[in-house]
Write a protein that binds this ligand. Structure first.
Ligand SMILES: C[S@@+](CC[C@H](N)C(=O)[O-])C[C@H]1O[C@@H](n2cnc3c(N)ncnc32)[C@H](O)[C@@H]1O
Length: 264
């Protein structure tokens, strides 16, 4: 515990000295969540998102995963408790999108729209910002779509329905350039690397990639290691559950890595 605290203090000091503005935005988001320091708007947005989560947890309608070739069905409540990002990480995503004033956000993994709700709430005052989010299960797309339209106008979000093997090539052809990516679907080594390698080519300037569950499996650990050391990466921030990289396609230097702990 004490060692972790010392390590965290050292990493925070290193980050504070970093001149990169995106690193500073990530640091601000991290410190806000760690110290639980939010303004009234943030608190109200979190309450709306958590009310939505709590309502979903009680729902017993079955959702079919037939599209993945599974004859498995789960209730919405079960899906919500297993697949949706926990509150603290959603708050971090929210603060990150807000501090970075994200314009075009791509989420791989809509699920029930919980993390998506936080991202839309975070950028609600920016009428030009947009969330494109991808999901294979039709029922999940429908419920997320209903939720998102309660938060914002229809032109601020798009749910791309279908298996990623079919929809990802379409995303790559979409002329929109994303400044923030949340990769939270299909947690396989090859798929994660494919999404990163192809999406990083689809940017012109500094871009943020957030990967969920980087320590979830051996494959995800390997994928994260490869991503961290990719030649396009300027900075990587390892938060144990999430991994963040800032890329720049014209980068020629060695990546700088930081390691943070949101909770002990
Ligand atoms: C972990 S959940 C996303 C959670 C969501 N980001 C949140 O925090 O609220 C991942 C989602 O990706 C979808 N998914 C996984 N693999 C997929 C694939 N190959 N094609 C389409 N959807 C897929 C699943 O159906 C699931 O809803």
């Amino acid at each position: 515990m004490l060692i972790r605290k010392i390590e965290l203090a050292r990493e925070l000091n290193r980050m504070k000295k970093c001149p990169n503005q995106t690193v500073q935005n990530i640091l601000k988001a991290f410190l806000a969540v760690r110290s639980n320091t939010y303004n009234q708007d943030d608190k109200e947005a979190f309450e709306r998102c958590e009310n939505y989560r709590n309502a979903l947890l009680k729902r017993s309608e079955k959702v079919s995963f037939e599209i993945f070739g599974l004859d498995d069905e789960k209730t919405m409540g079960e899906i919500c408790s297993k697949a949706a990002s926990p509150k603290i990480w959603c708050q971090f995503l929210y603060m990150l999108a807000k501090k970075s004033a994200s314009q075009n956000m791509l989420e791989i993994g809509t699920n029930l729209g919980i993390s998506g709700s936080y991202l839309l709430e975070a950028t609600a005052h920016n009428h030009k910002s947009k969330l494109i989010t991808m999901e294979g299960v039709s029922q999940l797309c429908n419920i997320s779509s209903r939720r998102f339209s309660e938060i914002t106008n229809l032109d601020r979000f798009e749910i791309v329905e279908g298996l990623y093997q079919d929809t990802f090539p379409k995303i790559l052809k979409n002329p929109v350039l994303f400044d923030m990516h949340f990769i939270d679907g299909n947690h396989q080594q090859e798929a994660t690397l494919e999404y990163f390698m192809k999406l990083k080519e689809k940017t012109r300037q500094q871009t943020v990639f957030v990967f969920d569950d980087i320590n979830w499996s051996k494959g995800m650990k390997k994928a994260w290691k490869t991503i961290q050391n990719d030649k396009s990466v300027l900075f990587s921030i390892d938060l144990w559950k999430l991994g963040i990289v800032i890329t720049n396609p014209s980068n020629a230097g060695k990546p700088t890595g930081f390691k943070l702990f949101l909770s002990f």
